[in-house]
Design a protein around this ligand. Structure first.
Ligand code: NAD
Ligand code: ZN
Length: 351
């Protein structure tokens, strides 16, 4: 049985930074599950929360335990929970949908109107224990490596984006080689896509893109990325663009390197509204433009599991660092510098 208190990384008040605090272990309701966190991973969103930028100021209501990427073992289940038992190794879909809105009732709960995100709107997983509604818990197939189980949330973003249209036999450009862009290289390749072009300004991440199997890695700060992609595609452009930076320049370049009739799937989140040449880059091109939000629940999870079980996704180069929960600040600084990709935290002792 857990004690009544635990260590957690908290945003105690509406201000920059975070603190390691002793807080009560969450109490679970009849349909909840208490999970002992084995490994958690730091996401770009956590950097926004830590830095307390405009988005975080508007969205968060501290005090809050943050963190939303993790795996762990079931510690305790609520009285009405079926199909799960203590000790099972699990992760979770952290977007909790309402079940009542139009989207939830028509098979699109990933774009629920009233979604609440654990780690943003409710206490998250940078802690020894986390409380999850049983319907959001995902059992980990024993064939899946433990460290991969901690990063299913962002991997699922990548799987959702790459598989949002045809990919086999398609040329692909990925703008932005953060963790999700890097995952997408492996997924596109595993699904028969290629060649894969990647644009990324940061040298450390360019190297990771090469390790993940990108065919052409382009530094958009020193090379004309659009001209480079066009020159390798006989002037046609790529079949598929996966926008994974949220940067305005990358977005515009993404549209320009897309072939006529191609698909551009937008995952990266721009900080503010931006201008695009709709006439030339979308309308005359007959471009298929898709917004991508979260993971399809649970279709994306099943596809991700199948891809992982096939052994086709080698993600080890992307897990760049491992540290105890108490070293959280150091992890944040490494990510802010760009010299890291996925950092795993161990709230209950090392793996
Ligand atoms: P990240 O911030 O680590 O990665 C973004 C990458 O883009 C960085 O490596 C950065 O160097 C690179 N970049 C910056 N300017 C660029 C440019 N001009 N051209 C090409 N690359 C450029 O983020 P991540 O965790 O990999 O997530 C990717 C994006 O997806 C972020 O914008 C994130 O907010 C967003 N996101 C969206 C969803 C969703 O559901 N839509 C979910 C998770 C993350
Ligand atoms: Zn809903």
């Amino acid at each position: 049985m857990p004690s009544t208190s635990m260590q957690a990384i908290m945003k105690p008040a509406p201000a920059p930074g975070a603190e390691l605090r002793q807080v009560p272990v969450p109490e679970i309701g009849p349909r909840d599950v208490l999970i002992r966190v084995r490994a958690a991973s730091i996401c770009g969103t956590d950097l926004h929360i830590y830095s307390w930028d405009r988005w975080a100021q508007r969205r968060l209501r501290p005090p809050l335990v943050f963190g939303h990427e993790f795996c762990g073992h079931v510690e305790r289940i609520g009285d009405e929970v079926q199909g799960l038992k203590p000790g099972e190794f699990v992760s979770a879909e952290m977007h909790v949908s309402c079940g009542l809105c139009y989207q939830c009732r028509t098979g699109q709960s990933h774009i629920c109107q009233y979604v609440r995100i654990i780690g943003i709107d409710a206490d998250g997983c940078f802690a020894e224990f986390v409380k999850i509604p049983a319907t959001n818990v995902w059992k980990i197939d024993p064939a899946i490596p433990v460290e991969y189980a901690a990063i299913l949330d962002p991997l699922g973003n990548a799987v959702h984006t790459v598989l949002a249209g045809d990919i086999a036999g398609m040329s692909v450009a990925i703008t932005g080689a953060g963790p999700i862009g890097l995952f997408s290289i492996a997924i596109a390749k595993a699904c028969g896509g290629g060649p894969v072009f990647v644009t990324e300004p940061h040298p450390y991440r360019q190297k990771l893109a090469v390790k993940m199997g990108a065919d052409h890695v382009i530094d958009p700060t020193s090379t004309d990325a659009v001209a480079e992609v066009l020159s390798h595609t006989s002037g046609t452009g790529v079949d598929v663009v996966l926008e994974m930076s949220g940067h305005p320049d990358a977005l515009r370049q993404g549209f320009q390197m897309l072939r006529r009739g191609g698909r551009i799937s937008l995952l990266g989140i721009p900080a503010k509204p931006l201008e695009i040449d709709l006439a030339n880059d979308v309308i005359f091109k007959g471009a298929i433009v898709q917004g991508i939000n979260g993971r399809r629940v649970f279709d994306t999870w099943y596809k991700m599991q199948a891809l992982l079980k096939s052994g086709a996704l080698k993600l080890d180069p992307l897990i760049t660092d491992r540290m105890p929960l108490a070293d959280f600040d150091r992890g944040i600084q490494m990510l802010l510098s760009g010299d890291a990709s996925k950092i795993l935290l161990y709230p209950n002792g090392s793996a």
